[in-house]
Design a protein around this ligand. Structure first.
Ligand code: ADP
Ligand code: MG
Length: 745
């Protein structure tokens, strides 16, 4: 009987890189070719309509239907010139992918023929039959009246013959059924709060933009090998597989030469991504074999999130063209690094100030300190929630293993910033002379000059300061970044608003003017009552948020004990961590900022728990099936071969000699017997645990039962299977092994 595994391995080895011709144009020429961006709006829209659109995009102005009609007409013209026949409202349901329903432009013309039509009404709103998208009971399925509404701040784009329109997805009663709606609200909240605080320093600031630069990690696996692994196919990860003798211990993959077939894939992917306006910048091998990374230049957060979603679906498509499958799962292989998606995050003003970057003057430094400290305040106050925002059944495998950030949120600041904060914390305010008249520039001893050295890094920190931004490293490779960005931006918005309230109160108490007067040359006064108020409040906060600061080794056991002492959330169970969304502090924060209501949070948690259960349920089924109909039959067949060999030995040599010669085989026969019967019993256990859990009606309790009673059994079964893989004849083993999945490309 031919072994499928050997066939697919042989074929995989023969595959050659696809020849991807470079486009005739340079990247900066084809960048955004398939996007209805400002340049195209300018070309395809009447001047007034264009200006109105700019006002909508830049200042959040209201869009009326007449303008929408004109925009739709321009869009359609551009789209038709590019061969487009269909359009779709593109949205991000809570299932973690993107969803779309395509409609063609054609309509009856009333004379028996067809015309192509696209109106503002169709652009702005659509009512897809949304009954099967998870909504956590907000919208009962028979009602099915979710609708999608255009997000004009993210430009429409073309995929194949379809015009894709980024939209929010909401229920008929207005609750968010997606990631984009609450994200836009969180971004608005941080804009308002950060602008207010920025104006203490730079009175001209009108708007603060949240920026996100994600780094997408992924694995590539040859498609033939992938198809011979039902576990990969159905769950996105390997549920079994013994370590390869060689894996990542030599560190020879990281930054090594990119393999040719992969290089061709990357080239193809980047060309298509650039055409879609995704500013791809960096590509390299990652730590684990067959693991790679792609990172674009950072963008405004809402756009960056859309681009990441788009890139992930593009990757899946392009990978198939190249005979690969892309694995976005956070932990496709045990024993080697998983994949994350570092979220580099910061805030910038419309006047060009990067709020987390130190500047030239003392004023800039104080602003820097305020934004660093208030970010830490937000992360500290909501550390459990922020962890919940990145938690999922798949990311749970990564967090807590000693490779990715630990399952405790803390922040690494580096030596310089730590010293700066310590200095401010300890400095004696009384030493400050208030003598200088308002507007005079004077040195404040509490604010030393700093230059941030970027090389000071800590790879184990989940939320690290990296010179001019924070890098949130705990985000999973498969996740929609919006979830992390909603929690983070909202937490920081709340901290900044709270900060401002306290500062203003103090200024009022001193009798100062919160709108403090700049000096004659325009430089804000450093010695105004305001700055003393700011310093006092920031000093208070430096002390308060200290528990979140941790520069040591996040993988150590001591840290877990220490973090518990500090009152940080150290919970590891995914379904329990989701409870943080419903903490009073979370509900208060989200509802007071207008990001999400309690009802929405509750509904979304139902979806999270349900999704968790389903994922573990599918994995458990696949593992049970594979155990019974792949692994046990193969092991038993090999066992029979050995028995036959012993039988022949007896015939040839007689009992005494045969027994001696068969010692090793007898051991293997016994081990197979023992392990297969263990597996059988464990699979029974697993099925029973599932049956029991399935009877639980409450989604929350059911997810916990799956976590506590079903998931651990899978590890035990896997252990037995992986041991069998080592002793069963390689020629019989049907599933591609780790050494093949990881080293063939
Ligand atoms: P590393 O792997 O060293 O962390 P990369 O160069 O791979 O760094 O990724 C850094 C990411 O951070 C890029 O996407 C970059 O555009 C982004 N970035 C830089 N500055 C900012 C900022 N102010 N806000 C958000 N992202 C930023
Ligand atoms: Mg990084």
């Amino acid at each position: 009987m031919a072994n499928l595994r050997f066939q697919v391995v042989a074929e995989a080895f023969k595959k050659k890189p696809l020849d991807i011709a470079a486009p005739a144009e340079r990247p900066c020429e084809y960048f955004g070719k398939k996007v209805f961006n400002r340049e195209k709006m300018y070309k395809y829209l009447p001047k007034q309509v264009y200006e109105k659109m700019m006002d909508v995009i830049d200042n959040g102005a209201q869009l009326d239907l007449a303008v929408a009609d004109a925009v739709a007409a321009g869009m359609k013209q551009w789209a038709s010139e590019n061969g487009v026949t269909h359009y779709t409202h593109w949205f991000q349901p809570l299932t973690e992918g993107t969803a779309e329903k395509h409609d063609s432009f054609i309509e009856h013309d009333g004379k028996g023929g067809m015309i192509e039509e696209f109106s503002g009404k169709l652009l702005v709103q659509q009512e897809p039959d949304a009954s099967s998208f998870p909504s956590g009971g907000i919208r009962s399925t028979f009602e099915a009246r979710g609708y999608s509404a255009w997000d004009p701040t993210s430009p429409v784009f073309i995929i194949d013959d379809t015009l894709c329109i980024p939209t929010v997805f909401i229920s008929y009663s207005g609750e968010a059924l997606d990631y984009k709606a609450p994200l836009l609200k969180a971004l608005h909240a941080v804009n308002v709060a950060a602008s207010d605080v920025s104006r203490y320093f730079y009175p001209d600031v009108k708007k603060v933009i949240s920026t996100l630069g994600w780094e997408q990690e992924y694995f590539l696996v040859d498609e033939g090998l992938y198809s011979a692994r039902p576990d990969l196919l159905l769950t996105g990860r390997t549920l079994m597989g013994h370590d390869s003798a060689k894996n990542q211990q030599m560190d020879d993959h990281y930054f090594g030469t990119i393999p040719d077939r992969v290089q061709a894939f990357m080239k193809d992917l980047e060309i298509q991504a650039l055409e879609l306006g995704i500013p791809c910048k960096t590509r390299h091998n990652e730590v684990a074999p067959n693991q790679f990374e792609l990172a674009p230049i950072f963008e405004e957060t809402n756009l960056a999130v859309d681009h990441n979603m788009l890139l992930m679906s593009l990757m899946r498509k392009v990978a198939r063209k190249h005979g690969f499958r892309v694995l976005l799962h956070e932990k496709p292989f045990a024993g080697i690094n998983g994949s994350g998606k570092h979220n580099n995050w910061s805030l910038s003003t419309d006047t060009g100030v990067r709020l987390h970057a130190p500047g030239k003057t003392q004023l800039d430094t104080l602003r820097f300190v305020v934004f660093i400290v208030e970010t830490l305040m937000g992360v500290y106050r909501h550390n459990g929630l922020i962890k919940a925002s990145i938690m999922s059944a798949s990311n749970a495998h990564r967090l807590g293993a000693n490779e990715a950030p630990p399952a405790i949120i803390s922040s690494f600041l580096g030596k310089q910033v730590t010293e700066l904060l310590d200095h401010i914390e300890k400095a004696d305010t009384d030493a400050l002379t208030m003598a200088g008249k308002q507007g005079m520039k004077m040195d404040i001893p509490e604010i030393p000059e700093i230059m941030i050295d970027n090389t000071d890094r800590n790879r184990t920190s989940p939320f690290a300061f990296t010179g001019n931004r924070f890098e949130f490293r705990a985000v999973g490779s498969e996740a929609n970044c919006a979830s992390a960005m909603i929690a983070l931006n909202a937490a920081v918005a709340e901290a900044l608003a709270n900060f401002k309230k306290r500062v203003d109160k103090r200024i009022a108490a001193i009798g100062g003017d919160p709108k403090f007067a700049p000096a004659a040359d325009g430089t804000p006064a450093l010695h105004s009552a305001k700055f003393h108020a700011i310093l006092d409040v920031v000093r208070e906060d430096i002390k308060t948020c200290k528990p979140i600061r941790f520069d040591g080794n996040g993988y150590s056991d001591e840290w877990v004990a220490e973090a518990e002492k500090r009152g940080l959330d150290t919970e590891k169970s995914c379904p329990v961590i989701f409870e943080r969304f419903l903490d009073k502090s979370s509900v208060d924060m989200f509802s007071s900022l207008g990001v999400m209501t309690k009802k929405e949070l509750e509904a979304r948690n139902e979806v999270k728990w349900e999704t968790y259960t389903k994922k573990i349920q599918i994995e458990a089924r696949v593992l049970g099936d594979l155990s019974i109909n792949h692994i046990i039959p193969v092991a038993t067949r090999y066992q029979s071969q050995l028995l036959e060999n012993i039988h022949n030995m007896h015939e040839t040599f007689g009992a005494a000699k045969a027994n001696k010669l068969s010692e090793r085989n007898i051991k293997i026969i016994e081990e197979i017997a023992e392990r297969t019967s263990n597996i059988e019993a464990m699979v029974d256990d697993l099925v029973n645990a599932r049956k029991k859990a399935n009877k639980i009606e409450d989604e929350h309790k059911k997810a916990i039962a799956y976590h506590d009673t079903v998931a651990p059994k899978m590890d035990e079964i896997r252990y037995q299977i992986d041991k069998l893989e080592l002793i069963v004849d390689d020629a019989c083993w049907p599933l591609p092994k780790y050494r093949e999945l990881l080293f063939i490309r």
